[in-house]
Design a protein around this ligand. Structure first.
Ligand code: NDP
Ligand code: 2IT
Length: 451
């Protein structure tokens, strides 16, 4: 057995009940195979074995009181995976599906994603099985305060800097940061995604979605294709989906789908600025359901179905896909159907939205496939820029931050493409991104000796 296969076998044996973490590890480790013969030093220092084990896992109880006076208990997590190249950095997810395996998969991906940004950030992720949906603002605040009551002792501007993810947006970051400030009495860059009034960065809300579109533009440019006029599918309707659609509108592309956990909208006329404004207000302020969009704009709504199932069942053609909701939303059948219906580019806004079989379908059919850790790195990159602005106690303009974001996405694309070429599979961004992200972290770990 190869060194890599050994590490995978060991993970499968030990990490019981963590399928998403094993899936993410297998994808990364397989991509690293070409490095094995070239870097005996990594084998000697057992870098492959070490990188799949988190530096530490913090798990805690989060008790809070709901509006009816009843005590509620949730589980809280922070996985500090690897800080070889910078302070731990990564979002917090509040969703009922959260468990240790999900947080470990996200923290593991974050190591390589953050390395790819070229900024000094280590990998981490956290969250809770708390569901903000259907809760009052008061309940969300009490939960966030209870969560921070434990988390505060593990984080810090130079130690670990959380941010948002699914279920954690501007409202939650406000409550979390406000409580941190209250108990620690230090106004510091301990969270990113903050409001503009208290240390946030312009373009951070837009960054993941804009970045996913910039990454798609870079991939398309390798085939001299312009995104203008292209038919695009976007899944989800949260932070990433909203700003993916906004950037597509700016560039003259046509986004025809959007979804939430209750169903999918297909709007073949395209989602324009007015419709997007409706979505922003519906999702971010009224916290309503996408079915309202179907009623208002008189377009088809497919209840209890995801975007990729609907596109397959209705045989709808899209050219570029931006899966932007959650992990494993695209399976082999849906990937095959996307390809059959003319899709030639996939830029993953979400983390690991395509399962391993789906990724293989895309790669085997020469689809330009941007894996999440490269394509959605714009969000954490601008988090890094938020930390930089906080450190120098300055703020940069919208244009400055957007310009830096574009340059970072171009660099990620170039580094991933070059690594894919160096290791004999030019244009395979999965291998390229994994190797490019891994090398910097592995070399830092090696420099530190056995610690
Ligand atoms: P949001 O909470 O803002 O939005 C998530 C969207 O996806 C919602 O429309 C939600 O529907 C839908 N969704 C989430 N989970 C499920 C599920 N299990 N089944 C069906 N629908 C689901 O999150 P974000 O937009 O921030 O995150 C989306 C993805 O992007 C995630 O994979 C996240 O990890 C990734 N990401 C986010 C970054 C960021 O900066 N925010 C950065 C990089 C990646 P509903 O409203 O009904 O719950
Ligand atoms: O998955 C991700 O990269 C994020 N949720 C953003 C993390 C961050 O620290 O901005």
């Amino acid at each position: 057995m190869s060194v890599i296969q050994d590490v995978i076998a060991n993970l499968v044996e030990k990490e019981i009940g963590q399928p998403e973490f094993i899936q993410a590890s297998i994808e990364v480790l397989h991509s690293l195979e070409p490095l094995v013969p070239k870097h005996p030093d990594f084998i000697k220092a057992k870098i492959y074995d070490r990188i799949v084990i988190p530096d530490r896992v913090i798990m805690f109880r989060v008790p809070w009181v709901d509006d009816s006076g009843e005590v509620q208990i949730n589980r809280g997590y922070r996985v500090q995976f690897n800080n070889a190249i910078g302070p731990y950095k990564g979002g917090l997810r509040f969703h009922p599906s959260v468990n240790l395996g999900i947080i470990k998969f996200l923290g593991f991906e974050q190591i390589f994603k953050n390395s790819l940004t070229t900024l000094p950030m280590g990998g981490a992720k956290g969250g809770s099985d708390f569901d903000p949906k259907g809760k009052s603002d008061n309940e969300v605040m009490h939960f966030c305060q209870a969560f921070m009551r434990e988390l505060y002792r593990h984080i810090g501007a130079d130690t670990d800097v959380p941010a948002g993810d699914i279920g954690v947006g501007a409202r939650e970051i406000g409550f979390l940061y406000g409580y941190y400030l209250k108990i620690v009495n230090a106004n510091t860059s301990v969270l990113t995604g903050k409001g503009l009034e208290y240390g946030g960065s312009l373009i951070r809300p837009e960054a993941t979605g804009y970045g996913a579109v910039y990454f798609a533009q870079e991939m398309l440019a390798t085939r001299d294709i312009n995104i203008n006029g292209k038919i695009c599918a976007v899944s989800g309707s949260g932070n990433v989906a909203q700003y993916t659609i906004e950037k597509l509108i700016h560039l003259g592309a046509k986004a025809i789908t959007i979804s939430d956990s209750n169903g999918t909208i297909v709007d073949e006329a395209g989602i324009d600025q007015e419709k997007l404004q409706f979505i922003l207000e519906l999702k971010n302020y009224r916290r309503g359901r996408m079915s309202e969009y179907a009623q208002k704009f008189k377009v088809p709504y497919y209840e209890n179905k995801g975007v990729w199932d609907v596109l397959r069942e209705q045989n709808i053609k899209v050219e570029v896909a931006f899966p932007s909701a959650h992990e494993n939303e695209i399976d082999q059948n849906n990937a095959q159907s996307l390809v059959n219906n003319g899709c030639y580019c996939v830029s993953e806004g979400a983390n690991m939205p395509s399962n391993l079989d789906a990724v293989n379908v895309f790669l085997n059919h020469n689809v330009l496939f941007g894996p999440g850790k490269a394509a959605n790195a714009g969000g954490v990159a601008v988090s890094g820029l938020e930390m930089a602005q906080n450190s120098i106690r300055m703020t940069w303009s919208r244009e400055e931050v957007d310009q830096k974001l574009q340059v970072i996405m171009q660099n990620i694309h170039r580094n991933a493409l070059e690594a894919s070429e160096t290791y004999g599979c030019k244009g395979n961004y999965v291998v390229g991104a994994n190797i490019a992200g891994f090398m910097k972290v592995a070399k830092a770990m090696q420099a530190y000796g056995i610690v």
